[in-house]
Every structure is written in C-alpha cells, then in structure tokens.
Design a protein around this ligand. Sequence first.
Ligand code: FES
Length: 160
Amino acid sequence: MEPHPAPIPPGLTAAGASGAPFVATIPVAELPEGSLRRVTFGDLDVLLAHTSRGIVAVDDRCPHMAAPLSLGELDGCVIGCPLHRGRFDLASGDPVQMPSTGGLDPDGRYHPTWSPEGSDPKPDVPGKKAEARRLTRTRRLRYYPVRIAGGIVEVAPPRP
Ligand code: FES
C-alpha cells in the first residue's frame, strides 16, 4: 500500500497547526513502515512515525517527562518511550501503559509506581520526590497535519 497520513484523533491537533502552511521534511522513501524520525522546525522537535495506520507527526517529547520518542520503539501504532517504559497509542493519542514512575493519567486517575518483570520492586520513599511522581500527569499526544507531496513528507508546524 502507498504510504499515507493517518487521521489525527479528534481534538488533538497542536494549537496553531490547523491551516498552517506545509513544510517539506524528508523523502517518504526514508520513512518505511515501522520507522521513526525526528525533524526540527526552529525549536520544535517533531516525531515522524510510520505506523500500521499511516504516517503521523507528533511532538518528539514523551507526554510523561519529555524524553525523545524518536529513540523509542514502534510496534504497530504503539510507541514505547525509552525512559520510563510508558507506551502510547499513536492512533488515539492515549497512554496504553503508564510509565513505571506512576502518576496521573490524562483523566487524572492515579497509577502507582511499578517495576518491570524481573526487576526488584521500587520502594517509593515518602517525600518530595514521591509527591512529584504522584502529581506528574501524563498527557495526550499533540499532532501536526501531514501530507505527502511529490514523494516528500510535508508537515504543518504552527505559525511562529
Ligand atoms: S519520559 Fe517517557 S515514560 Fe517517562
């Protein structure tokens, strides 16, 4: 199937990106299905991901604590963050696995800290650090419009 953009989940287009002009990034041939690439517009780092549903452009910042998702792993539509094992669905913009540090999901539901299988349990010693973890909210992903024109992936970053 020809590479194509995936639909942006309702309400998750980045502020100022709707109707912004498209800007050329990389040849679509350099983004085969399953691959991830970072592209940068000024100080805005954007992740291009070729998911099983099509190509998406989102912030190259984890919705948890801003790690570069372009260093993560893509499995179908789900991207895994390299930092705290959070996993996010690029088809919906929602977390599918909360980070191992715990915290609040986008709807404010609390998730306790957890340890990956085979690792020692992480005791959460009460104090400011534990409180900061408890209050850290994982957000939904923010999307930028994508199109493919003349074999090039084009993205519409917000107007400066
Ligand atoms: S920064 Fe991505 S899971 Fe924490």
